[in-house]
Design a protein around this ligand. Structure first.
Ligand SMILES: *Cc1c(COP(=O)(O)O)cnc(C)c1O
Length: 225
């Protein structure tokens, strides 16, 4: 299937799922996750109206942003693990950052944004809801303090919470993770909920996702994990 046809199918899946649970389809934003796929594939999706794209690696994001600089209304979202010494490069392309998980990282994003003179950088706090070892994301207990830090910094715009559920969970387990993220967001008065990927976006939408991050269903399999 072409990128355009796959994109249409995903949009339809979002629309049908949202309506089935009584939500407006426009309340769910689709980020097309383009890691490991060529700039040409992004152009194809852009030509079909897609504007939000997600990348996991700083170098790859920088190269694609350069190659696609003519698409001025394309929006980048950084969704991978981010080291503080690379924050500047991400801020330079105007990306929002969905993988913020420590106070030091929030402060780096704020200072890189302030010194570049750019408008506030949109951020999501990534939460390791299931408490998996070796997984990015703050603990559920840390969310409130990171929210307070972010709210005190004018150069970041805190938009919501993001999570990646443990791999291989059945529907009930995945939904429990998403429900917990939604409860944490509500408790902290945050509207944005970035959750749901190719295999579980329907569960995520049912649990209140406002952003889904979909790669494989749009661009096909990746050559590397
Ligand atoms: C790769 C990735 C996705 C997309 O996953 P698919 O299963 O290909 O849809 C979504 N979110 C994050 C954080 C990712 O790293």
């Amino acid at each position: 299937m072409s990128v355009g046809a796959s994109l249409l199918a995903v949009r339809e899946q979002i629309e049908v799922t949202a309506r089935a649970v009584g939500r407006a389809p426009e309340s769910v934003r689709l980020i097309a996750v383009s890691k490991f796929h060529a700039a040409g594939a992004i152009r194809e999706a852009y030509a079909c109206g897609q504007r939000d794209f997600g990348e996991n690696y700083v170098q790859e994001l920088a190269e694609k942003a350069r190659a696609l600089a003519d698409l001025t209304d394309l929006r980048w979202h950084f969704i991978g693990h981010l080291q503080r010494n690379k924050v500047k490069q991400v801020v330079a392309v105007g990306a929002s950052i969905q993988s913020v998980d420590s106070e030091r990282l929030i402060q780096s994003v704020a200072s890189a944004t302030a010194s570049s003179g750019a408008p506030p950088t949109g951020i999501y706090i990534q939460v390791n809801v299931a408490g998996e070892a070796q997984k990015s994301g703050c603990t559920t207990h840390n969310v409130a303090s990171l929210v307070a830090v972010a709210r005190g910094l004018p150069s970041v715009e805190l938009q919501g919470l993001m999570t990646i559920p443990p791999a291989g969970l059945a529907e009930a387990g995945t939904r429990r993770v998403y429900r917990e993220l939604a409860a944490l967001a509500a408790k902290n008065d945050l509207a944005g909920l970035s959750m749901g990927m190719t295999d579980d976006l329907e569960f995520a939408i049912a649990e209140g996702a406002t952003v889904v991050r979909v790669g494989t269903a749009i661009f096909g399999p990746r050559s590397a994990a």
